[in-house]
Design a protein around this ligand. Structure first.
Ligand SMILES: NC(=O)C1=CN([C@@H]2O[C@H](COP(=O)(O)OP(=O)(O)OC[C@H]3O[C@@H](n4cnc5c(N)ncnc54)[C@H](O)[C@@H]3O)[C@@H](O)[C@H]2O)C=CC1
Ligand code: BAL
Length: 499
């Protein structure tokens, strides 16, 4: 916290920022072929930040062609992995040098707090790129235990052209989760940032070029979902499509793939994630801190947000006051104020959606009031109707639903009473209950006595409506961007005869 700036200093820095505006294709910024632009605005103030190229199918075609050329001529895909590593490490260094600029740009474009951008999003994005860069020259293939007369090599090869479609809630970090393994593996990338938050992706493309990523290898094509996302998803020359966003749009990408070239699709989508607190949970004050962080971090605009507190009746009376006390330590305010922990929601449309969950018959334990601007104050509601929207649907805002259960089995059954399966937490001092619960809850990540998403070393993704076809982070992320090939060699003396 000590090396954060003051609000005035951040504002001065913001005024001096040079905002990127063009699409970044084949190593340079260029306008959309149609010449169209769209506005990207600061959701906290409404101020115009930039008029960004509004690309369309023809820009996607152009970018995919450049990405394909780069992949086939091997300027990146056939470099020795240690060379790709060297360039990606240089990119991480350039990000570090420009960390403050990236953090301010991210906060301005998304409404995220500068505190989070400075202390989480930017450093984690740098760490993620470094981790994949460091990994790539240490991944070995396999030799199968075939007979003495044969040798069978199982090798991984870069998939080719990777299409990447990003959400607006962690624009820079999601970019790092995806381009880290994609570029390290040798793929060329055509990336579409969310139309709400195109700026840091464009700046990153410029930094990548400066670091030595060759032209055509990392292309950023801003624009709308139907205008850019769909042509990318349907493109016959895109080999793999990695998406993070809503389940509804994720389903579309499966359709696009099925109706085009059956490209592989990896989907990381939403969740209605439970935090299960059992009556033997240790250190309730700490539990409360984690529950609050799980619910309100990033304004709850987080796929892994713990939006359902499932609390055993025996501990509820003690836990709730602690949760309320911790929640009051999450000040709502100007995203550029380093003291703010809750900033501005990303857009008018999203803010209306979040507000539509409020004002019902649920008992309000905290918040729930109207605030000026695109702000929803941290809200905690006691929810009795387990079929209600608040119990079942993803809010994607700072809203925590409290549901009460009598015992362990009911808690696990309720945790699993959802079509999602992204993340969950379980709080108990009994190691057996912790592990039995962690195994029984259907979710891609289960944290014990804490809230979190793991780090760059651990795979992240979900089951059911939360995920399909791959994982971000960890060595498993490379599965998205590589293909397995078997090379079978007959070593016998009569190998020249027909097999
Ligand atoms: N990581 C997550 O789990 C996220 C979940 N959401 C959820 O989705 C809800 C809606 O937010 P949106 O911004 O509308 O999410 P979205 O899933 O529509 O947007 C994510 C990305 O998909 C693109 N996209 C949208 N429509 C498309 C289409 N027809 N074809 C191809 N690409 C398309 C968007 O341009 C954006 O880049 C939120 O309220 C939230 O509940 C939103 C963002 C991230
Ligand atoms: N929390 C990482 C992924 C997401 O929310 O989109």
């Amino acid at each position: 916290m000590s090396d954060l700036l003051t609000t005035d200093e951040y504002r001065a820095l913001a005024r001096g920022l040079q905002m990127p505006e063009g699409a970044f294709i084949d190593g340079s910024f260029r306008p959309a072929i149609s010449g169209a632009t769209f506005e990207t605005r600061n959701p906290a103030t409404g101020d115009l930040l930039a008029n960004v190229a509004a690309c369309g199918a023809e820009d996607v075609d152009f970018a995919v062609q450049k990405a394909r050329d780069a992949f086939e001529d091997g300027r990146w895909s056939r470099l020795h992995p240690s060379e790709r590593k060297r360039v990606l490490i240089r990119l991480a260094k350039l990000m570090t040098r420009n960390a403050r600029e990236l953090a301010v740009m991210e906060s301005l474009d998304s409404g995220k707090t500068i505190y989070d951008c400075e202390t989480i999003d930017v450093p984690e994005a740098i760490h993620c790129l470094l981790w994949h860069a460091e990994l790539i020259d240490k991944l070995y293939g396999k030799v199968s235990p075939a007979s003495d007369d044969h040798i069978a090599l199982i090798v991984r090869e870069a998939a080719g052209v990777a299409g990447i479609v990003l959400p607006w809630n962690f624009p820079l970090l999601m970019m790092a989760w995806k381009i880290g393994p994609a570029l390290a593996s040798g793929c060329s990338v055509v990336l579409k940032p969310a139309e709400e938050t195109p700026l840091t992706a464009l700046r990153m493309a410029e930094l990548a070029m400066e670091a030595g990523v060759p032209p055509g290898v990392l292309n950023v094509v801003p624009g709308g979902g139907p205008e850019v996302g769909e042509p990318l998803g349907r493109h016959m020359d895109v080999d793999v499509l990695s998406f993070t966003g809503s389940t509804e749009t994720g389903r579309r990408f499966l359709r696009y793939a099925a109706e085009s070239n059956l490209k592989e699709v990896a989907l990381e989508m939403g969740g209605k994630n439970p935090a299960v607190v059992l009556d033997d949970a240790p250190n309730l004050d700490r539990v409360a801190a984690h529950v609050v962080q799980g619910a309100f971090w990033n304004m709850g605009e987080n796929c892994s947000a713990s939006s359902r507190l499932i609390v055993q009746r025996g501990v509820k009376e003690k836990l709730l006051p602690l949760i309320l006390a911790h929640a009051r330590e999450w000040p709502v305010g100007d995203p550029l104020n380093p003291e703010s922990r809750v900033g501005t929601l990303v857009s008018e449309a999203h803010c209306s959606k979040v507000r539509s969950f409020l004002g019902g018959k649920e008992k309000v334990l905290m918040g729930g009031g109207d605030r000026e601007g695109l702000v929803v104050e941290p809200t905690i509601l006691e929810v009795e109707d387990r079929e209600s929207k608040l119990a079942r649907e993803e809010v994607f805002g700072p809203v925590l639903s409290v549901l009460t259960v009598e015992g362990f089995d009911e808690a696990i059954a309720l945790a699993n009473d959802t079509s999602y399966g992204l993340a969950a937490s379980i709080y108990t001092s009994d190691i057996k209950r912790a592990l039995r619960g962690a195994r029984a809850i259907r979710a891609g990540t289960v944290t014990v006595n804490s809230f979190g998403e793991g780090d760059s070393t651990t795979p992240f993704g979900g089951f059911g409506l939360s995920g399909f076809g791959g994982r971000d982070k960890g060595t498993e992320a490379h599965d998205q961007y590589t293909r397995i090939k078997t090379i079978w060699v007959d070593l016998s003396d009569d190998a020249d005869q027909a097999v």
